[in-house]
Design a protein around this ligand. Structure first.
Ligand code: SF4
Ligand code: SF4
Length: 296
């Protein structure tokens, strides 16, 4: 059903407290690894239990959509932009697909009420995807699907219908591999599945609102927005297909911008190039600071 809508995979869990996530999540917060992401501390109860977030919630339907755009220069040669941010903002696209999925569920199950989430509310998306049999949470903390890898957008429908939960749990297949831990330039993966957000380049280039310290600036390893290193080295991403869905494929104007143009990009050109992509979140000055230090 979800595949008809365009998703690559979906799975279902019964809504309820994510008991296995309570202690790791609370430890992560209490040790301050969320840095300036204060929103992670708020609504912890809703984050750990969707029945508090959505009254009468009975089931969580998790979906995956591959967004892998290949290895464009803008994501592989400094100054680099994370692959997920090369297309128009995915939130709207995935949400629209989730509403279509809800319509399909209504045709099968009758009256169903629910809410759609895409990285937009206190939902532990990866934990639900894992619980719904869509993959395992790797040592790099990403959700890894054995067929699709980890370059995926996640979304959820939390609904008031009892839908049979998925039983096909995917075992953790990281094994003895430590490629992501070894490759992380800042040592942000402090233990399997546990990333210290304060050291993570994705956090530093996107989430951290206060100015970067000199040491933080130096640690960015050529990334201006996000960081894909721990996914690039993951063997589960070595044979994945390139996504061709136009709505989440990289914008031509973003792919075409080269290093020289980026080094002298004006605010006007920045806006024209990135206005409807996730990169616009950082704003012109911060983006330039991420790329070139305090040149802006
Ligand atoms: S995104 Fe980059 S900095 Fe963050 S954990 Fe992965 S490799 Fe390390
Ligand atoms: S690089 Fe290796 S250890 Fe890291 S997530 Fe991938 S398989 Fe797991």
């Amino acid at each position: 059903m979800a595949k008809h809508v365009g998703f690559d995979a979906y799975g279902v869990s019964s809504a309820g407290e994510l008991t296995e996530s309570i202690n790791p999540f609370n430890r992560w917060i209490s040790s301050g690894m969320n840095g300036e992401m204060g929103y992670m501390e708020r609504n912890a109860d809703k984050r750990l239990d969707p029945t508090i977030l959505v009254p009468n919630a009975k089931s969580v339907v998790s979906v995956l959509l591959n967004y892998f755009p290949g290895n464009p220069i803008i994501s592989t040669k400094p100054p680099k932009i994370s692959r997920y941010a090369l297309s128009v903002d995915y939130h709207t696209v995935i949400k629209e697909m989730l509403w279509q999925l809800l319509d399909s569920l209504r045709k099968e199950f009758g009256t169903i009420n629910g809410r759609a989430f895409v990285d937009s509310a206190p939902v532990l998306e990866r934990a639900w995807a894992q619980k719904s049999g869509l993959g395992w949470i790797g040592k790099n903390s990403m959700l890894i699907n054995p067929k699709i890898g980890s370059y995926t957008f996640l979304g959820e429908l939390i609904v008031d219908a009892d839908i049979e939960p998925s039983t096909n749990q995917v075992p953790n297949r990281c094994g003895s591999c430590t490629r992501c831990i070894d490759a992380c330039p800042t040592g942000a993966i402090i233990s399997p599945g546990n990333v210290d957000g304060r050291k993570c380049i994705s956090y530093l280039t996107i989430e951290k609102k206060s100015p970067l310290t000199l040491d933080e600036q130096k640690s960015l390893s050529g990334w201006c927005f996000g960081c894909d290193i721990c996914q690039e080295v993951c063997p589960w991403n070595s044979k994945i297909e390139i996504q061709t869905l136009p709505s989440i494929s990289p914008k031509k104007i973003v792919l075409e911008i080269n290093e020289e143009e980026l080094s002298v990009i004006s605010e006007e050109k920045f806006t024209k190039t990135f206005s409807d992509t996730p990169v616009s979140r950082s704003g012109y000055n911060r983006f330039i600071q991420n790329c070139y230090g305090s040149k802006a």
